[in-house]
Write a protein that binds this ligand. Sequence first.
Ligand code: ATP
Ligand code: ZN
Length: 295
Amino acid sequence: MLQTFFLFLIMEKLSIAIQKSGRLSEQSLELLEESGIKLANGNRKLLSAARNFPLEAVFLRDDDIPQYVFDKVTDVGIVGENVVKEKGHELQIIERLGFARCRLSIALPKGETYSGIGDLDGKRIATSYPEILGTYLHENHLDCEIHEISGSVEIAPGIGLADAIFDIVSTGSTLISNGLREVEVVMQSEAVLVANKELSIPVRQILDKLIFRIRAVQKSKNNKYILLNAPNEKLDDIAAILPGMKSPTIMPLAEEGWSSVHSVLNENDFWDVIDKLQEHGAQGILVVPIEKMIT
Ligand code: ATP
Ligand code: ZN
């Protein structure tokens, strides 16, 4: 009985849906790789089992991923938050992954005056995201005509199909080249790891392992390892600027009166901290990437 149970545990796998080809594909695979998961055939057949982790990747169109995860065809998936919201399935967002960042915005032809959201009332808006747009218009008591189109939304006003568009924006250059101007940002989006809400205990345990690894990778990307030399009389000031994971490591240098200080720095405070360190007499500052970070 117990043996059967262990056999069951050994055979259990986590299946993960990944975009077959598109903006999410490369970075989704990279994240698995950085998490130490090696897929048997990296050439994206429909299915690919990991060689060293109980995981199976299933390559799908990104638009289908929320439905597949909801129907438990796969246990989890990596997909844009915008697609998750548009499809409206009850899924658990496990982790925001920090790539494929974009926003979904309403844009008007650039010559048109715009003084506020009320100016959108009565307009025909073209989009591939009718649900997100519909909810937004409803919340803002706007009565617009939504034209659902599946691609090249940005050309709709130019060909007289719509008065405005609601679409993905990242740098805004597509809007500019189509003579459009972003007027309202409706949502921010990035790639997310989503899961079915009712996973079995063994699958959930495998997922927890994957999450642990993903978080270690994410943290390492947001942090840098810093080494510097400082005169001993400045060490208290420098330690206060550099809290590190617990507190900085301080080691004496061969040269009398000087120490080497090692710590971890968050990317967000990076330049501020470097400026302060220099003001407090730090020298020979080295900053190196961290491959994994487990706290
Ligand atoms: P299709 O399904 O027809 O291949 P798509 O727009 O759904 O097209 P991609 O272009 O690969 O697929 O985009 C996948 C996801 O990447 C989008 O749902 C969105 O979350 C994000 N994304 C899209 N465009 C950008 C962009 N310009 N910059 C950053 N992220 C983007
Ligand atoms: Zn898609």
